[in-house]
Design a protein around this ligand. Sequence first.
Ligand SMILES: Nc1ncnc2c1ncn2[C@@H]1O[C@H](COP(=O)(O)OP(=O)(O)O)[C@@H](O)[C@H]1O
Ligand SMILES: [Mg+2]
Length: 714
Amino acid sequence: MGRDKPRDIGVYLEEPRSPSSKVKPVEDDEVGPPAPPPPVENANFFSRLFFANIDRVMFRGYKQKLGKEDLHELHPDNKAHIVAETLQLNFDTEMAKVRDAFALASTKDEKQAIAGKVFFRAVVKSFGKLYILPIVLMVFWSALSLIGPGVLLREILAFIAVDTIEPYVGYLYALAMFFAQFFASLCIHHTFASGQRLGLRLRGAVLGSVYRKTMKLSSINESGTSVGEVMNIVAGDAERLFMASTFTIFMFGAPLSFIASNGLLIGYVGPSALAGLAMIVVLSVIQGVLGKRISNLRKQAVQQADERVRLLNETLVSVKLIKFLNWEDYFVGRIGEKRSQEVSFLLKLGAIKALNILVTIASPIFVLGLIFVAYIGSGQRLTPDAAFSAMSLLGILMFPLAVFPQAVKWVSEARVSMKRVGFFLALPEIDEGKGNEQAMETISVKVDNGSFRWLSSPDAEVILKGISLNYDVPVREEEKGKVVAVIGAVGTGKSSLLGAILGNMYEVGKKGSVKKNGTIAYCAQEPWVLNATMKDNILFGLPFDQKKYDRTIHACSLTSDIELLPAGDMTEIGERGINLSGGQKARVSLARAVYADPQIVLLDDPLSAVDAHVGKHIFEECIKGVLKGKLVFLVTHQLQYAKHCDSIVMMGRHCVDAVGTYDELMTSNSHFSQLIKAHTSEGKETKKEAEAEAAAAEKVVVESVGVQKPKSLA
Ligand SMILES: Nc1ncnc2c1ncn2[C@@H]1O[C@H](COP(=O)(O)OP(=O)(O)O)[C@@H](O)[C@H]1O
Ligand SMILES: [Mg+2]
C-alpha cells in the first residue's frame, strides 16, 4: 500500500503557443532561481494530504508562464518505460497460460476475446492494488457526504425548531457537520488524484507497450494490422482505458450513495419519496433517449465533416486543373452543399444538447416538487427539517445519477479497447537472435547453416536456404576493416540476406544460427528521409560533431547538393519540404548510417541510384574511406568494385552460390569470371559508345561554329 499513497503530482502544461501569443518574458531575478524539484519523496504527511507540494509550481505559474524546467522529475513508479515493462511482463506471463487456446482460435474475434481477457488480467495484476485506495476513499466520501447533509443537517434543523434541547448539542452537531464535510472533501480529492494518477500510469503503460511492440512486430503486413489500427490504439484506446480507469472507481461509489440516499429519503419523507424516484426513472429514460440521439447525430456530423474534408482535399490537390477548366463554381457548390448538411446536423445536435442540459438541470426541481406535492397531498405537514434534508439528499443523489451511466459507457468501451490492445500485443514478434555473445575483441557476423523466411507461417516460402558466412574484424586492428560485396541477380535474396543478419527474418528449424558482435547500421534498398532538415536527417538524434559531419558529407558526396539547397543543410526535406531525387535520398540515407559510426554496416545497393562518377566517389571516399576499419556488407550490381572488396558473396537463387576473394573466384568459379568479363566488356562498350557520342557532338559544335579545334583538345 505504501506505493499507493499520493506522492507526487503531475503538472500538465500546454505546449508553448506560437510566437504570436506574446507572453511577457519575466526577468530572472524577479522570480528567483528555477524551482527545485518538489520534494515529493520526502514530502511530509500534511504536505501530501493537502497537495501542498505543488503550491510552489502553482505560485510560479501565477507569476509567469511555466516552462519545461519547472516540472519536477517524475516519480519512478510513473515513468512510462517502467509501467510499460510491468504491464508487458504480466501480459506475457498471462499470455503464456493461454498460448494454445490463442493459437487454436480460428477467427480474429475469438483471438481478440482471449487476448482481451489476458490484457485485463495483466492490468489487474499490474495496477489492481492501486485501485484499493481510491475505491476505499470513494466509499468513505459517499458515507461522509450522506452523514453530513443527510443526517446531521436534519438534526441541526430539528434542534433549531425545538427549544428544549441543550445548546451544546447544537454546537456538537455543527462541529460534526464541519468535520464530515472536511473529510468528505479530502476523500473525494484524493480519490480524483489517485484515480487520475492510476489512469495516467495505465495509459503510459499501454502506449509504452504498443510502441515497443511496433518496433518488434514481425511484419505489419503479415499481422493483418494496418498502420491505421496502430494509430487507433495509440490515439483512441489508450485514452478510453484512461477514462475507464477513472470511472471504474466511481462505479464502486455510485450505487452505494444511490441506495443509501434513497433509503434516507424514504426514511424522512416516507412513501412520497417513491413518487420522486419514479420521476427520476422517467427523467433518466428521457435523458438516455436524448443521449443516444446526441451520439448518433455526432457520428453523422463527423461523417459529414470527413466527407467535406475529403472533397476539399481532392479539390485542393487538383486545383490547377479545376481552375484551368473553370470548374470552380461547381466545386464550390459541392463543398458548400456538404458543409450545409454538416451544419444542419450540428444545429440539431446543439438543440438536443441544450434540451438535455435543461432536463439535467431541471430534474432535481421537478423531482423535489413532486415529492413535496405528494407529501403535502398525503395530509402531512412539511417541516423545515424534512424539506431541507430532502433537498440536500437529492443533491447527493444527482452525483451517482450523473456518473453511473457514463461509467457504464466507458467501461463497456474499454472492454473493446482491451480486446484490440491485447490482440495487438499478442501478435508474433521477430526473433532477435542472441548476438553479442563474444567479448568485444572482434567485430563479427556469423551465420551457421541458417535458413530463413519472411513470414512466420510454416507454409511460407523459405527465401534463404543453408546460409553459412563467417566474417570478423579484430577491433584492435582498427585501420583494417573488411568490405564484403554481395552480388547476384535480382530476386536471389541479397536484401533478404541483410534482413537475416539484422534479425528481421524468421529462422526455419533450429534457432540461433545468426551471431553478430558489434553495433550495426543498415541502409535499406528503398532509402527514406524524415520530414526534417537535411542536417537532422543525417544526425538522426546524435550530437553534432562538426568534423565528423563534414567528413560524412564529403564522403557521401553531398557537398554540392547542400550548397544548392535554399537554406543549406538547414533546408527542410521530406514530404513537406524539398523533394529530393532518388540518388540524393540514397546518399542522405548513407550519410545517416556513416554518421552513426557503427561497427557493422549493411548497405543495400547504395550505388544503384547514383551516377557513375558519384558512385566511384562514394566507393572510394566512403566505403573504402570513412568506413575503413568497419565490417561493411555492400549489396551491389556494380561489379567493377568487386575487385576492390575483401570478399565476395555470390548469391544464387535463394542460397549462397560461392564465397571467396576476387582472385579465388576468378580462378575457381567460371560463372563469376564470366559475369565479370561480361560486365567489363559491357562497361567498355558503353564507355566507347559514350566517347563516340561525345566526339560526334563535339564535331557538330566545332563544325557549326567553324573554328579550328585547339591542339590541347585533339
Ligand atoms: N521485406 C520482405 N518481406 C517479405 N518478402 C520479402 C521481403 N524482402 C524480400 N522478400 C522476398 O524475398 C525474395 C528475395 O528478394 P530480395 O531479397 O529482395 O532479393 P534481391 O535483393 O536479391 O533482389 C523475393 O521473393 C521477395 O519477394
Ligand atoms: Mg534487393
